[in-house]
Design a protein around this ligand. Sequence first.
Ligand code: ADP
Ligand code: MG
Length: 345
Amino acid sequence: MTEAKIRVLDPDTVNQIAAGEVVERPASVAKELLENAVDAGATSILLDVTSDMAGITKIRVTDDGEGMTPEEAVLAFHPHATSKIRDIADLTDIRTLGFRGEALASIAAVAEVTLITRPRGAGALAGTRVVVRGGEIVEKSEVGAPEGTTIVVEHLFYNTPARRKFLKSKNTELAHLYGVVENLSLAHGEVAFRVVHNGKERMATQRAAGLLAIIAGLYGADLARTLVPVEARLPFLRISGYVSRPLESRGNPSQVFLSINGRSISSRPIAAAIREGYGTLLPKDRYPVAFLDLSLETDLVDVNVHPTKREVRLSREREILAAVTAAVEEALAGHDLVGERPAEP
Ligand code: ADP
Ligand code: MG
């Protein structure tokens, strides 16, 4: 008798395969941890990265969000365990950044993760510390901890050498990581983000400072000063943000920052619709800088397209794109495109 040809894979192998989809590089770890912190209602989030000559060695995210009970702290590492949806019906009304319940399980499958958490306002005197390595819980204990959650990820890809080989230089990986925080902070002005690398502050945003102040902090006051506000309301859609004057256009299309319902996304069609709004104001090979947020009824957005959720599918896409073009067109038309406009308060 020969061995059966088709086998059902064991859970560890399944988790490692799933991790391959979500955890591509250190920046993907940071993205998942930061998004969890935002979903937990944090008002202030710290990303602390440590690197040595060889690369990024430690990623730590600390938030002042709702925290977890001891039971939740263990469940959180279970594949497909989530507090954010209950069933298929909820998939049409996603208001959180996460919902797949896969990130922590995936990260813990390919790294060593330490979680320290204490629920907010629950009167719990102590917090919980859980250590998971290669998907196995190796420690669970009671510890003193502030309200909120800290997650430390170390030895990333220690058990997946193939993935480790694909990492780029340390500086490239750090750039990806900072990019993640930039995108998230543009879409979440209600949170103060701080990034520290090897003990030095790299970036900090103020809470509720307004989008223009966040843009100025990230990309410079010179750019922020010249941006043109965009604002449009349709029954099912609200568009808001800023676009550059034609004079401040760029030679490549990489400066379009989009978010839909607080989720930073990339979308060629929307980027093209923005450019369309410039009409003949932009030469063929020039691209605008744009920071646009679309608030849409949740049932018009399908975020369940790809594990990393950078791409979304839109219902009524043609109407949405037309509205974006019109909003940009209108913003530019109503603006003195040559003179400086007065700085925002
Ligand atoms: P998802 O975000 O899709 O639900 P995750 O694997 O990222 O899946 O997280 C699993 C669960 O762990 C979350 O649903 C949440 O309940 C809990 N959790 C994760 N990170 C935090 C955090 N920083 N604060 C509070 N709860 C958290
Ligand atoms: Mg998550």
